[in-house]
Write a protein that binds this ligand. Structure first.
Ligand code: CTP
Length: 412
């Protein structure tokens, strides 16, 4: 498909990372194809890559001069190239990805411009490893790749064939046209929610006892923020109704709330103009019946706090829904599937994301989650332990299918 404009790539900003292996010469061909197809390509070369191919070769073909130095600002260039490159990218490709670069990326080591850019970006990342067979098969390399896959990194596996030094075997960089096709698939995936109006709730609600105390819960809001971020990245118009003040992409409309009542009001008001609601918030089920106007004082004795139920937002949406899709969460400590299926039916939910919060690595205040997805057709899907961002990706894959948005595409 060399030379043909590719609508998915037109105008998209791609950082093409090149690390040091003989296959670096094939990245020149990949760079040319991406530019020909209309992408804006910025090559980033490691020091070792420049032993194989000169930066000038890439600069001549790419949309911007090749970048090689994390500290180029010291000589008058861009003072923080890695954040600019990382934040501005729609996709980061690393081809070839050596064992060293994969290891540094998996371990979070940012000692060169490429690795710093990989850590600074929230764009999808695609790595195409290339190395000798013995290195490719080494458990250290395979463990690092498993870590990266779990974090949602796309991997284009190497092929079998001729390797440097006359050897043969698995480890040869995938063909540039294959890496190109996977890049197109990843970016196409990035837009499968274009035009979908999404409302996500996040965080735990706080129900006042008096002006300084509240009834609350341990929800950090991380799951809801991940769901909102991923939807925005995939092209949805996202409103986030949240009790938390975390930083979030500027593309997301944020509505701050405190109580279940506030959240109920804001969500119900927006529901008619919404296509998908994801209720990731931990809404308090009960609130104090009476809120003391003044701070309760110790010397008045131990207060007796009478609780009353809060509105069930998800159930209210279930009653009102016309064509909207509803996604609910269920935090359980036992009989996870059964309880999730029961909640799904009772609240008229389309997809329930249930997790066992008694399990380590799942639930509150952690970056990972393992879930069972139960849908209204009765289908169940167990996910492995995933980052919350990766789990959000799985949730949106299922929603996109329900909306008829899922393209027949390669899952790298
Ligand atoms: N939820 C809601 N409004 C509430 C309580 C919960 O919208 N007042 C939503 C949550 O955001 C979540 C789902 O309902 O998506 C499941 O919440 P959960 O508290 O587990 O369900 P409950 O119906 O409260 O069931 P139980 O108390 O039996 O666990």
């Amino acid at each position: 498909m060399g030379g043909a404009a590719e609508p998915v790539l037109a105008g998209r900003r791609i950082v093409l990372g090149v690390s040091g292996g003989i296959a670096a010469y094939k990245a020149v061909e990949l760079c040319r194809r991406l530019v020909d197809a209309g992408a804006h390509v910025v090559p980033v070369l490691t020091e070792d890559a420049q032993r194989f191919v000169g930066a000038l070769t890439f600069s001549a073909l790419a949309s911007e001069p090749a970048r090689t130095d994390l500290f180029s600002g010291a000589t008058g260039g861009d003072p923080i190239p890695h954040t600019r490159l990382g934040q501005g990218a729609d996709l980061v490709i690393v081809a070839p990805a050596t064992a060293k670069t994969l290891g540094k990326y998996a371990a979070g080591i940012s000692d060169d411009l490429l690795c710093a850019t990989l850590l600074a970006t929230r764009a999808p990342v695609l790595v195409a490893p290339a190395m000798h067979t013995e290195m490719w098969e080494h458990p250290a390399v395979q463990d690092n790749l498993a870590t990266l896959r779990r974090r949602g990194v796309h991997v284009v596996d190497p092929e079998s064939g001729h390797l440097a030094g006359g050897d043969e075997g698995e480890g040869r960089l995938a063909a540039p046209e294959r890496i190109f096709d996977v890049a197109v698939a990843v970016l196409a995936q990035g837009h499968d929610l274009a035009g979908v109006r999404v409302l996500v709730t996040a965080g735990g609600t706080r129900e006042a006892i008096d002006p300084v105390r509240f009834v609350g819960n341990r929800s950090s809001g991380k799951m809801g923020y991940a769901v909102a971020e991923v939807a925005a990245r995939r092209g949805a118009a996202v409103t986030l109704v949240t009790t938390q003040g975390r930083p979030v992409s500027s593309a997301i409309e944020v509505v701050r709330v405190t109580t279940a009542e506030d959240m109920h009001r804001e969500v119900v008001a927006r529901f008619p103009e919404t296509d998908v609601v994801v209720m990731a918030a931990a809404v308090a089920d009960f609130r104090p019946k009476v809120v003391a106007a003044e701070k309760l004082k110790k010397h008045d004795g131990v207060p007796e706090i009478v609780l009353e139920p809060t509105p069930d937002i998800l159930a209210a949406l279930g009653e009102r829904k016309v064509a909207q899709l509803l996604v609910g969460f269920a935090a359980e400590t036992e009989r996870v599937r059964e309880r999730a299926a029961e909640k799904l039916a009772r609240k008229r939910v389309d997809l329930m994301v249930a997790n066992d919060v008694s399990e380590p690595g799942a639930g509150f205040e952690v970056d990972t989650n393992r879930a069972v997805l139960v849908d209204s057709s009765g289908a169940e899907e167990d996910t492995p332990l995933l980052t919350k961002m990766a789990l959000a990706g799985v949730i949106w894959d299922r929603v996109a299918e329900r909306l008829g948005r899922a393209e027949t595409r390669e899952h790298p």
